[in-house]
Design a protein around this ligand. Structure first.
Ligand SMILES: Cc1cc2nc3c(=O)[nH]c(=O)nc-3n(C[C@H](O)[C@H](O)[C@H](O)COP(=O)(O)OP(=O)(O)OC[C@H]3O[C@@H](n4cnc5c(N)ncnc54)[C@H](O)[C@@H]3O)c2cc1C
Length: 299
């Protein structure tokens, strides 16, 4: 079994940053990734804000970091972690689909996935009008009506992006007021293509095999109605990727891992940073700050 001082699980921004800092300290570090390096920001063409303050795409940010990590001696492991277990003499065993590795410290930076609505039609029409990426799919909606579901930063950011292409973007949210940042809400309000629907839950995505999405069914105080649209973009929050962590760590109601300020999960040497952690601030700068704090506390 290969030994490392630190194994970082996840090559999203939090994990790449933690691996970089660990390498800078001269530690022997491995960084596992089960899917694509970059994580949630891979689909974002214009980070807003970007950690450097300069215009930057998610792919550029992540690949620059990954490249410099490779040069600094970080061992990349392209494999999905299936288990993290407490071994003997204070060591952790990280099992992937192919191998097992051991380390004194394990940093969980496995992030999150976009939460699904869980309504009929959502899965059926995914890629046929149901989308999680305005940058990728927006250009297909020129001259069409679209819906963005959600009331947070990513819903508003993606609605503004989508409005560059679509005729109309209706933001549908359950609450009375958006949770998104004020500047994003103000910009959406000032955009003639963007409309808002509060107190409304999407109960179904309606469509046909020929046309894909044709509308959504909405439940509100006024009852039920069908809103016609060609695209539904869903940004209703995040689901932490933490199911592979069997160790006895505490989680919150949304299954995010509970940590101290520094990212300690409880058992010695097991840390959690970024979007997998309960109370994560949400932005790339927060992910970076998490990585900095965990590395400072790590013995
Ligand atoms: C639509 C949208 C737009 C956003 N725009 C911005 C923005 O403009 N500016 C900003 O500051 N923030 C933005 N954010 C927030 C930002 O994306 C997050 O703060 C950040 O990406 C979190 O990084 P992370 O590394 O914690 O998680 P992730 O990006 O989710 O990375 C986790 C990585 O771990 C991998 N992984 C998971 N499980 C395993 C496993 N078992 N084994 C191996 N690997 C695993 C995943 O494949 C993934 O690559 C946006 C978020 C969304 C949803």
């Amino acid at each position: 079994v290969d030994y490392f001082d630190v194994i970082v699980i996840g090559q999203g921004y939090a994990g790449l940053t933690a691996a970089k800092l660990a390498a800078e300290r001269g530690l022997r570090v491995a960084n596992c990734e089960g899917e694509c390096m970059g994580g949630l920001i891979l689909n974002i063409n214009e980070l807003e804000p970007s950690p450097s303050g300069q215009e930057l795409s998610g792919v550029d940010l992540a690949s620059t970091l990954a490249l410099s990590n490779a040069e600094s001696g970080v061992t990349p492991i392209s494999d999905t972690v299936t288990a993290v277990e407490q071994g003997e003499e204070g060591l952790w065993i990280v099992r992937t689909e192919e191998e097992a590795y051991s380390a004194r410290n394990v940093i969980l930076a496995s992030g999150a996935k976009l939460r699904k609505l869980g309504v009929p039609g959502e899965e059926e029409y995914f890629g046929q009008g149901v989308s999680e990426c305005a940058d990728c799919d927006g250009p297909m909606y020129g001259g069409k009506d679209t819906v963005v579901v959600g009331g947070g930063d990513s819903a508003f950011q993606e609605a503004l992006k989508l409005a560059e292409f679509a005729d109309k973007v209706t933001i549908v949210m359950r609450g009375a007021v958006p949770r998104a940042r004020k500047d994003l809400v103000e910009r959406a309000k000032g955009n003639a293509k963007i409309a808002h629907r509060t107190h409304s839950s999407v109960t179904e995505v309606i469509g046909s095999p020929e046309n894909g999405v044709e509308g959504i069914r909405i439940q509100s105080g006024a009852g039920e109605e069908v809103m016609p649209c060609a695209g539904v973009f869903i940004f209703i929050g995040l689901e932490p990727n933490a199911a592979f962590v069997q160790a006895d760590v505490r989680r919150d109601a949304s299954n995010a891992i509970i940590t101290t300020e520094a990212g300690a999960t409880g058992p010695e040497g097991l840390w959690a940073i970024g979007a997998v952690r309960s109370g994560f601030g949400g932005m790339l700068t927060d992910a970076e700050a998490d990585a900095v704090r965990a590395l400072a506390a790590l013995s």
